[in-house]
Design a protein. Structure first.
Length: 373
């Protein structure tokens, strides 16, 4: 059981637990303090530890980043999370006591942020904050994750941009003289991610076996290119290649040999003439420029991966095969990502079904029976 005590303009909650007394101060009316006390008593009755310490939200986020994210996630993920925490969440919520954080405060924060950034960005803030508070629950710092009581902004998701076969032909024709043509052609022929393509070595290519082994990736952080292992087991995979791609890469290798460029087993497939890695940001910028020069509007390098998947779907490939080639976490994720393409294939699928199912027949007297039951 607990009780309330007036302390100036605030109220102090006192709850007795087996390990001692728990205190919490609430700013506001007695009704606000009473509601909070009932909430804490309900939490305690479920044997959930009550929040302890005087951590602020900002301090907890820093502890989460340093104690969990840095050791469990990639450097790329850590940098992204740290940027969101530093630039968006801490300025608004950082000074609030962790145990004083309420759903109303978080909901108001989302509303204010939606005036400045997209709903997609605010939804990302919500996912991050929910993860950080879940960490606090597991560490018994707080009793529950109040993000479960908050509604993130509605966001329908981004419809992926894919190229039609005609558009792809125009893009490749425009990019033919570019030094980035080989990596662009390989991207749309395999569906590999940019980091996977830039990390390929010649030993990873089985030109005779028509396959590519994805065993590492290349990212650029702080101006330095870093090679890393794929994030998940599904990302580490063997991808089949077309005969056309195998012939192209074989010719590409011979051209590099003729120019005296490095083509040893551990040398990069896609690199500068001296063997140094390609800059990911430069590749992204150049592929977007080539797409605009081809009259295709805004096309990202990553959209080549989407184009590969859409062309596979349109040619009747099974979603599981596509999911494995892309290194997705599940077939369900693949289906969700390309649902708009699958929906657009319904008419074609019905036409194929129409060729298989025989025409319907009616028994004699069926029509008259239906009119005169």
């Amino acid at each position: 059981m607990g009780h309330l005590r007036k302390r100036g303009k605030s109220w102090q909650i006192c709850i007795y637990t087996p390990t001692g007394r728990y205190h919490e101060t609430v700013q506001g009316s007695r009704a606000d303090a009473k509601a909070r006390m009932i909430e804490l008593e309900a939490t305690h009755s479920k044997s959930v530890p009550l929040p302890r310490g005087k951590l602020t939200v900002g301090q907890h986020l820093d502890n989460w980043l340093d104690g969990y994210v840095k050791s469990q996630c990639s450097q790329r993920t850590y940098c992204g999370y740290e940027s969101i925490v530093r630039e968006h969440i801490k300025p608004a919520l950082g000074r609030i006591g962790l145990k004083r954080l309420t759903p109303q405060v978080i909901q108001a924060f989302y509303g204010n942020e939606c005036k400045k950034v997209s709903a997609r960005s605010v939804a990302a803030y919500h996912r991050l904050l929910k993860q950080a508070l879940s960490y606090g629950v597991r560490q018994e710092i707080i009793g529950r994750n109040i993000c479960d009581l908050v509604d993130p902004p509605r966001w329908t998701g981004r419809v992926v941009r894919t190229l039609t076969p005609d558009e792809l032909e125009v893009l490749l024709a425009t990019a033919e003289t570019s030094q980035f043509y080989p990596v662009i052609y390989t991207a749309v022929s395999t569906g590999l991610r940019q980091a996977e393509l830039l990390g390929l070595r010649w030993r990873d290519l089985g030109l005779d076996l028509l396959s590519i082994s994805v065993s590492r990736t290349l990212y650029k952080r702080g101006g330095i290119c870093v090679f890393k292992e794929p994030k998940t087991a599904r990302s580490r995979r063997r991808v089949a290649m077309t005969t056309k791609l195998a012939l192209f890469l074989g010719d590409y290798k011979q051209d590099r040999l003729w120019l005296g460029m490095p083509v040893g087993l551990d040398d990069l497939v896609f690199c500068h003439q001296d063997g140094d890695p390609l800059d990911p940001s430069v590749l992204s910028h150049e592929s977007a420029r080539l797409a605009k020069a081809a009259g295709l509007g805004s096309v990202r390098f990553h959209d080549l991966r989407h184009t590969f998947a859409s062309l596979m779907l349109l040619r009747g490939a099974k979603p599981k095969v596509i999911s494995e080639a892309l290194g997705h976490s599940s077939v369900a994720f693949t289906m969700d990502t390309y649902s708009h393409i699958i929906e657009g294939m319904q008419e074609d699928m019905m036409a194929l079904l129409d060729e298989v199912i025989p025409p319907g027949t009616r028994r004699q007297g069926q029509a008259s029976n239906s009119v005169n039951p």
